[in-house]
Design a protein around this ligand. Sequence first.
Ligand code: HEM
Length: 454
Amino acid sequence: MTTGAVATRPTSKGRPPGPRGHWLWGNLATFQADRLGFLRDIAKQYGGVVYLRFGYRQIWIVTEPSVIEQVLVTQAKQFRKHFALRLNPIVLGNGLLTSEGDFWLQQRRLAQPAFAKGQIAQYVPTFVEHTERMLNRWQAGENRDVLHEMMALTLGIASKTLFGADGDEHAELVRTALNVTQEEFVRRLAQPIQLPLWFPTAGNRRLVRAARDLDEIVYGFIRQRRASGEQRVDLLSRLLAARGEGNAGGMSDKQLRDECLTIFLAGQETTALALSWTWYLLGQSPEAAKRVYAEVDTVLQGRTPTMDDLPQLKETESMLLESMRLYPPAFIVGREALVDTEVAGYPCRRGTTILMPETVVHRDPRYFDRPDDFVPERWRNDFEKSLPHCAYFPFGAGPRICIGNTFAMMEMTLALAMIAQRFQFTLDPGQNITMGVQFTLRPKPGVMTTLTPR
Ligand code: HEM
């Protein structure tokens, strides 16, 4: 946790302070052994900007909000996404999350209208219908893993809102392929040397197979839609119709595939994780859970929610905000310097990787009283507006801020409210749930509950 101001003067070596590492691997092994604990400890010991080395890579860990703002917002043009995001080009391709420069900007402009509040309003019936279907399946007394349930819920919602796909035809294949993608990403991240994808290791073969499965499904949707010419209320139709400067003919199939898979990957799991962590926290905090029950009972009076109810579901929303403070699904944001520049007063060489761990920043006692506790009431009275920019950034910040943040907040608030109408947020006793660090932050091994109607 950052405890003091940033050192703004360069050290004698002209770089931020930091722990010594192994002569060859640098700090990689210590980082891999306990990533979250290591990041928290070095921020505490060395301050808001810390220098590390992973093999030949120079890594800065930045936890000071004003410096994060510098990297993500004010000097955003001097940075690109960090190397780890380029480890899996076969799945993400050149979609919004990984593309850069003018091409990214053009694609972002084309996709942005599809994520405007008014457009997302059209997906509200899908959010509600899928949540209702899940709740109708749930039986009192059943033992279920909330993480598994939320993954299935958001997979259904993502398939419908992106491709207009109903039913579970591809669900299992997609679930497996997404898991392989994550596992292989983490494995590649831990390797000091990256073997090219054509090299026939078991891991590479799994990844190539997963990408092929996903391709088949997504290209199938694209071809069907092009052939039918049908206009639907889904993101694929909007992306197909998107036209802009230098893009008079619309996106190619390959680009559509990259954007669709990126949106799917970026949006499905993160949302499920935030909902699962929120259940976990509410399960440990019956007082907070009672406030959610009271709010949904008063606002909804037993009926299904609509978009118009969202402004009244403030308690429910604050549970999600607090949950993403403690357990941010995308727990680290990273960048790489494109040019020699200066960050926090230090010379920052081209190629330097800057990692900004939300898990540390979101628990900084300078901004969050009782930083490790679940205190959803802190979000009342526009608390967020009182925070320095980038002290809380579950959706990132600056030009690359999450395009789906409004989508995610609406989806999650409605789902949480509907769950609270019907079931209690209970937890099976004796579970040891920890933070599983992959590409995202998962409750490990899951969140077991015995379904208890209210
Ligand atoms: C709780 C849910 C979510 C969280 C915590 C989250 C978090 C993030 C973060 C931190 C970034 C910025 C990454 C960076 O700057 O390097 C991001 C980008 C992105 N997110 Fe989300 N996200 C969520 C939901 C969604 C949803 C629902 C969608 C789509 C439907 C989505 C699509 C994207 C895309 C396409 C980008 C890349 C944007 C760009 O670079 O232009 N996300 N997300």
